[in-house]
Design a protein around this ligand. Structure first.
Ligand code: IPM
Ligand code: MN
Length: 392
């Protein structure tokens, strides 16, 4: 965007550039990331930011070609920019010799970049039809999933014979402490549970059965004691699954082991309109990347059937993480406005009735009218991407 057609405050600010690396991924990944980049580009333009997009190929397609899911030097390139937006990866036919999927990036990126906190907001937006009796606004919690250890540390490293297989769960004091601290910090930035406005962090575990989970809870309680201003709460994982369906409004922030977080975040998505509604951030000390919580759905790839909302909301999380709270808020408001109007119908299959492109266009139209309301650029992009000019 050039400074002369910016709104007055943006015109006065020096031009800034946000460098974002896109991992298009497999299946529906490329079409989703394209949608999200169009939206990000528009929101950045409104806040006087230049969006500079580079692509990093990774995932199952790359694994099939090269035998590795990441190209050499990828982790350094991903660390170098301001932010990383990743599409879903994986192709069911791409398998390792042991039968597990080849080309998944979870272990490589989460452990490789040490992004120890997987932040998964679950929100029921107005205008979204969901499989719950809860009303919009009454589901608004964040699952903080430990992202570098737990059961998934055994990814690709379990023991297997013809007759038996074993994967181990690793819980460390240090790994638990850092993610629990992160969860309490999240709670301090939020305004509490929808039911009562109480800031609350819920520890989810099976400490009644397994020693590993007992250690997780012990560390949780130690960190909780340092936060008298936030209510500390405990649920066994099975009871948590029940409560997330029957009384989701009591939850604010939940923290849990990797595998539990994987499962319960999909459960949460099921209560707010499906996986296509749920973004996530993988956050570490010196790296972060943002992605939908769902898979690459190769069966519907390229058919304009995927819901781009999770990818677009992941882009908003990225913007906020990069210090661009205003751009993030613009994207979130545009998504909320688009659904609140009632013009977006998500079918029981999870697909938007009008298609991927149509949802993206409605979100862009909401951004454009926000720009007009701010007295800014009347010729804001609506349906035409402006980002293509920056793609390299
Ligand atoms: C997720 C996904 C990944 C995970 C898969 C695709 C490896 O399900 O991000 O939740 O298990 O973490
Ligand atoms: Mn998952």
């Amino acid at each position: 965007m050039n400074a002369t057609d910016a709104e007055p405050s943006a015109a006065a600010a020096p031009s800034r550039t946000l460098t974002v690396t896109i991992i298009p991924g497999d299946g529906i990944g490329p079409e989703l990331t394209r949608s999200a980049v169009r939206v990000m580009d528009a929101a950045c333009a409104m806040t006087g930011l230049d969006l500079d997009v580079t692509e990093e190929r990774a995932g199952a397609g790359v694994y099939r070609e090269t035998g590795a899911a990441l190209l050499p030097g990828a982790l350094d390139r991903l660390r170098a920019g301001d932010g990383v937006l990743k599409g879903p990866v994986g192709l069911p036919e791409v398998r390792r010799p042991d039968g597990t999927e080849g080309g998944l990036l979870g272990g490589l990126l989460r452990n490789g970049l040490d992004t120890f906190a997987n932040v998964r907001p679950v929100r029921l937006l107005p205008g979204v039809r969901a499989a719950t009796t809860a009303g919009a606004g009454s589901i608004d919690y964040v699952i903080v999933r430990e992202n570098t250890e737990g059961l998934y540390l055994s990814r690709g490293a379990g023991v297997r014979t013809h007759h038996a297989a074993a994967d181990q769960m690793l819980i460390t004091r240090a790994g638990t402490e850092r993610v629990v601290r992160f969860a309490f910090e999240q709670a301090l930035r939020r305004s509490g549970a929808p039911r009562d406005g109480v800031r609350r962090v819920t520890c989810v575990d099976k400490s009644n059965v397994l020693r590993s989970f007992a250690l997780f809870r012990e560390v949780f309680d130690e960190v909780a004691a340092e936060h008298p201003d936030v209510e500390a709460d405990h649920y066994y994982a099975d009871a948590a699954a029940h409560a997330l369906v029957t009384e989701p409004d009591r939850f604010d922030v939940l923290v849990m082991e990797n595998f539990l977080g994987d499962v319960l975040s999909d459960l949460g998505a099921g209560t707010v309109g499906g996986l296509g509604m749920c973004p996530s951030g993988n956050i570490g000390t010196d790296a972060a990347y943002f992605e939908p919580i769902h898979g690459s759905a190769p069966l519907i790839a390229g058919r304009n059937l995927a819901n781009p909302t999770s990818q677009i909301l992941s882009a908003a999380m990225l913007l906020r993480h990069c210090g661009q709270a205003e751009a993030a808020r613009l994207v979130e408001s545009a998504v909320e406005g688009a659904f609140a109007e009632g013009h977006i119908t998500i079918l029981p299959t999870g697909s938007p009735a009008a298609g991927t492109e149509a949802v993206t266009d409605v979100v862009l139209e909401h951004l454009a009218s926000a720009a007009r309301a701010r007295g800014g650029t009347p010729d804001m992009p609506t349906t035409e991407p402006t980002t293509e000019r920056k793609r390299r």
